[in-house]
Every structure is written in structure tokens, then in C-alpha cells.
Design a protein around this ligand. Structure first.
Ligand code: B1M
Length: 217
């Protein structure tokens, strides 16, 4: 009889090896055995990708392998997300426009934040990844969201979060929308420096921050 610990281990190894069968088997097991989906995403999947990143830095894996792992991650996510939806709370009925900034193709974390926001009743409009600043401005003008959430995973693209905030100011939109930033290299200090309204280091904390920003914490 498998244990939760063994299945977390299998999921971690599966994602690190890009082993779809093992990863999906472990994800299904965890879901079927009632493990909290937020925990599967954070403690299982996100942690495994962080470990993969460390191995990549040490030259133990290479880009094509990371691409495969990211694809497997998305398939695991497709199993966990419907479980998240079942946890849905009362509608916060506020719109969040989510995006990964220009030049950045990392979207797994952004998608996770979006999914958890939906679970908490937020409406999420996802602009995707590598999103140019003018597209963000157009979306804020047209959709009038309560929050713009920007993800950035590269030290070279994190400055784009500031570019967007400056563009919001220039277009007279800054006081009409709250700005939340995140992504692995982003810090509270950076958020303060660029005048963002909120920062969160993880998806569950992003939900709490979003609630604070709309006054529903
Ligand atoms: Co890239 N990559 N990558 N990568 N990648 C990193 C980020 C890196 C740290 C790896 C490393 O060297 N250790 C490194 C960046 C180094 C740096 O900037 N100094 C790196 C590099 C260098 C690159 C390329 C340049 C490699 C190359 O081409 N030579 C290239 C860049 C492409 C581009 O964007 N232009 C590249 C490409 C890729 C892949 C396409 C192969 C793939 C992405 C696939 C995809 O996203 N669809 C990939 C991956 C998978 C990674 C790592 C391994 C994992 C990232 C991830 O998905 N983590 C990553 C290593 C690492 O981060 N340590 C790495 C899981 C995800 C759930 O976590 O996104 O952090 P994360 O999200 C978290 C929190 O940050 C937070 O909540 C999430 C859940 O808790 N959060 C928010 C995220 N967004 C938020 C927004 C919020 C609030 C919280 O409010 C709005």
C-alpha cells in the first residue's frame, strides 16, 4: 500500500525526470486519496520545479529536459485544477487581469495563481505570457479590472513590471487599478521600489493579497 509521502516522492522524481506516466500516476493517487489540491500544487509540483531549476543551474539537466518537465507539469495541473474548482468559495466578484510580462515565457506559476484566484471566487482574465505593455494598458482600459497581476521569472524581465506601472501612470490608469507582482525572483523590496500595491511569494498568498487589495481579506 503506497503512502502519501511515497507518492509525493514519485511526483517529485517524475517531474524532475520528465516521466509523464509516473507523474500522472502520483498526481491521480494524491487527488484520489483526498490530499488538498493546494498542497499538491505547492508542496508537490511547485517544489519539484524549484528542485529541477537548481539541478539545471548545476548543469545536471538541460533545456530540452526542462521543456519536457514543464509539459508534464501542465498535464498534472490539468488533473489538480478541477479539484481546486470544487473548493470554490463565495464569489469575490472582482476581476483580475493576469499576465506574464513581455519577454518572459514562464507561465506555470502565473497559471497556478490564476487557478487559485478563481477558486476564491475572483474572475480571471488571462492575457497569457510575453505580454507587451500596450496590451496590458488596453486590457485595463477596456475591462476595468480591480487588479492587474504580473508574473516574471527572469531577472532580465522583472524590470518589465516597473515598465507597466509607469505606463499605467502615463495613461492616467494607475489610481484605477491595484497592481500585484510575483514570480520567483520578485521580492517585497522590489514591489515597494516600483510602487506595486501587493506582492506574494506563492499562489495561496497571492489569493490572500488579492483579497486584501479589494478589501475582502
Ligand atoms: Co526557465 N529559467 N528559462 N524555463 N525555468 C528559470 C526561471 C531559472 C531560474 C532556471 C535556473 O537557472 N535555475 C532561469 C532564470 C535565471 C535568471 O533569470 N537569473 C531560467 C532561464 C535562464 C531560462 C531561459 C533563459 C533558458 C534558455 O533559453 N537558455 C529560458 C527563457 C525563456 C523566456 O522566458 N524568454 C527559459 C525557458 C524555460 C522553459 C520554457 C523551458 C520552462 C518554462 C515553461 C513554462 O512556464 N511554460 C522553464 C522552467 C520550467 C523553469 C524553472 C525550472 C521552473 C519555473 C516554474 O515553472 N516553476 C525555473 C527554475 C526556478 O524558478 N527556480 C526556470 C514552478 C512555478 C509554479 O513556480 O513560477 O515561481 P513560479 O510561481 C510560483 C511563485 O513564484 C508565485 O506563485 C507560484 C506558485 O507558488 N508566483 C506569483 C508566480 N507568479 C506570481 C504572480 C503573483 C504572485 C505570486 O502575483 C501577480
Amino acid at each position: 500500500m503506497a503512502t502519501e509521502e511515497q507518492m509525493y516522492e514519485q511526483l517529485n522524481k517524475g517531474l524532475n525526470d520528465g516521466d509523464e506516466a509516473k507523474s500522472l500516476e502520483a498526481t491521480h493517487w494524491l487527488v484520489d486519496n483526498g490530499v488538498n489540491p493546494v498542497e499538491i500544487l505547492e508542496e508537490g509540483m511547485a517544489k519539484a520545479m524549484f528542485i529541477l531549476g537548481e539541478r539545471w543551474k548545476r548543469g545536471e539537466v538541460f533545456l530540452p529536459e526542462v521543456v519536457v518537465s514543464a509539459e508534464v507539469f501542465k498535464k498534472c495541473n490539468a488533473i489538480v485544477e478541477p479539484e481546486l474548482a470544487k473548493m470554490g468559495e463565495a464569489k469575490a466578484s472582482s476581476l483580475v487581469v493576469m499576465l506574464t510580462v513581455k519577454g518572459d515565457l514562464h507561465d506555470l506559476g502565473k497559471n497556478m495563481v490564476g487557478a487559485m484566484l478563481k477558486t476564491s471566487g475572483f474572475e480571471v482574465h488571462d492575457l497569457g505570457k510575453d505580454v507587451p505593455t500596450d496590451k496590458v494598458i488596453a486590457a485595463v482600459e477596456e475591462l476595468k479590472p480591480a487588479i492587474v497581476g504580473m508574473s516574471a521569472l527572469l531577472t532580465t524581465t522583472v524590470p518589465q513590471q516597473q515598465v507597466v506601472i509607469k505606463a499605467l501612470k502615463k495613461n492616467g490608469l494607475r489610481d484605477k487599478v491595484k497592481v500585484m507582482v510575483g514570480g520567483a525572483p520578485v521580492t517585497q523590496e522590489w514591489a515597494d521600489q516600483i510602487g506595486a500595491d501587493g506582492y506574494a511569494p506563492s499562489a495561496p498568498e497571492a489569493v490572500e493579497m488579492a483579497k486584501q487589495l479589494i478589501g475582502k481579506a
